[in-house]
Ligand binder design. Sequence first.
Ligand code: SAM
Length: 272
Amino acid sequence: MLFIVSTPIGNLEDISQRALDTLRAVDAILCEDTRRSLILLQRYGIEKSLHPYHKFLEKAQLQKILSALREGKNLALISDAGTPCINDPGQILVSACIEEGIEISAIPGPCSLIQALVLSGFDTTRFQFLGFLPKKGKKPLQEALGYPGTTIAFESPQRLVHTLEAIGPNRRVAIAREMTKTFEEVRRGMAPDLAKHFKQHPPKGEVVLIIEEGPLPDDLELDELIAMLRKWHGLSLKEAIKLAAKCKQIPKRLVYRKTTRGPDEHTERDSI
Ligand code: SAM
C-alpha cells in the first residue's frame, strides 16, 4: 500500500500523530531529498530507510516502486515540505497505483497554498491554483486575472516585485511569506503598494501570492478580452462581444467588425 504523507512546511511541530505512526510503520520512505527528510525523521526518532524519489527519478523508478507495492510492501511518499503531488513529485506514482488497483491512502497535513488562501482573507469558495508562474511572458498571468474567483500562485522572492507590477493597479493581493517559520509575514494590499513595499524591503524565503477576484486588466486587447470573457464566464461569442463593447465603452457594431475581420486587416488605429 502507498501512503502519501504530508509533512511540515517550516515548523517541524506541524505533523500529525497519524503521519508519524505511518512513517514508523511502513517498510520504506520515498522522499525528494534524503538529507532534508532525515532532519524530520531524526527530530521524531524515526529510523527508516529513505529512498530518493525526486522529479528526475519519477518515471525511471516507477516500475521498481510498483513491483515493491505489488509484492505487498508498504511505502510512504513524502516531499521536502507540505503535500506530495502539489508541485512536488507523486502524481505519476499515484495515478499508476490507481490504474494497477494498488491501494493508496493520503495522510493529510500542511499545504502551503491552502494555508496562504486561508490567511489571505479572500473568497475561499472558488479558487484556482497556478503552481509556479512561468518565468517569461505576461500572458498566463493576464489570462488568470480573468478568473472569477481567487487566484493562488507560487512565486520566487526575486520575481515577486515584477509579478506584482504585472498584476496592474486595480487588484488586491496577499503575500504569504515564510509561513509557520520564525519570520512568517502576511501582507495584504493593492498590487502596486505591495510592489513598492517589496522594492524597498526585498523579500527572502518562500512566497505564495494570492490575488483577489476583481476587475479585468485595463490593458487587454479586444480579442484577449473577448477570449477571456468566453473562457471564464462561459459566454457565447455574441454575449462576449456585447460585454466587451460595454467594458471598452465602444459601439457593439465596431466590436463585431473588428472581431470578424482577419488579423491582417487590423490597423494601428484598431488597437483599443
Ligand atoms: N508541496 C508543497 C506544499 O504542499 O506546500 C509545495 C512545494 S513547491 C515545490 C514550493 C513552493 O511552495 C515554494 O516556492 C513556495 O511558493 C511555497 N511554500 C512552501 N512552503 C512555504 C512556506 N512555509 N511559506 C510560504 N510559501 C511556501
